[in-house]
Write a protein that binds this ligand. Structure first.
Ligand SMILES: Nc1ncnc2c1ncn2[C@@H]1O[C@H](COP(=O)(O)OP(=O)(O)O)[C@@H](O)[C@H]1O
Ligand SMILES: O=C(O)C1=C[C@@H](OP(=O)(O)O)[C@@H](O)[C@H](O)C1
Ligand SMILES: [Mg+2]
Length: 180
């Protein structure tokens, strides 16, 4: 079985993550990846966490101290490493798909796009500083991000799942059902 036909429940050696979650901030990538990993008895890996570990500081501090390009370079390195980690359930950061090399690397993986409306994502992320790109008017920033990125999420995804008005458990079950 090659990586393109690997199911969410099996992990052939060398096939990388069993599932990769993409989508805008607040779509639930980190939450649902953790839940899916539990259901599948697999490890959860999140590239934002890997970046924070590597840098020794929070993402918001990386943005303030070094700027977005420095964050994107760390993020890209974290993605290259994580895509070689067999059998994990992987959640990416919302902007990961902006990099054309990452989009190319995602080809053949079980990529799921968690879709969310602007209003619902704004409610979920709140007004905290943890997501520096959303500072200011959260709804406007989210609308702009979604408009610019939607084609990329759709390009890399094998499966799109709507998340509004649904619990993380319902979303995880749909992913398992549809990815087999
Ligand atoms: N389906 C859902 N319904 C309601 N709240 C959710 C849902 N999925 C995630 N959340 C909540 O939204 C917030 C953002 O979730 P998170 O997993 O960090 O999203 P992402 O990684 O896509 O930015 C968290 O507080 C989480 O508990
Ligand atoms: O959308 C983005 O560009 C970002 C999303 C964040 O991850 P989440 O999507 O998990 O919030 C994090 O990677 C960083 O703040 C940048
Ligand atoms: Mg996340």
């Amino acid at each position: 079985m090659n990586s393109a036909s690997a199911s969410a429940e099996s992990a052939a050696p060398g096939s990388g993550p069993v599932v990769v979650l993409v989508g805008p901030p607040g779509s639930g990538k980190s939450t649902i990846a953790q839940l899916l990993a539990g259901k599948l008895g697999r490890a959860h890996r999140d590239t934002d966490t890997d970046v924070e570990t590597q840098a020794g500081k929070a993402i918001s501090d990386i943005f303030v101290d070094s700027g977005e390009p420095a964050f994107r370079a760390l993020e890209r390195a974290a993605i290259v490493a994580a895509l070689q980690d067999d059998g994990v359930v992987l959640s990416l950061g919302g902007g990961a798909i902006l990099d054309p090399d990452t989009r190319a690397d995602l080809a053949g993986h079980n990529v799921v796009f968690l879709n969310v409306t602007v209003g619902e994502a704004a409610k979920r992320v709140g007004l905290g500083v943890a997501r520096p790109l959303l500072l200011g008017n959260v709804r406007t920033q989210l609308r702009n991000l979604l408009e610019a990125r939607r084609p990329y999420y759709e390009e890399v995804a094998k499966l799109t799942v709507d998340t509004d008005n649904r619990t993380p458990a319902e979303i995880a079950d749909q992913i398992l059902e549809q990815l087999g």
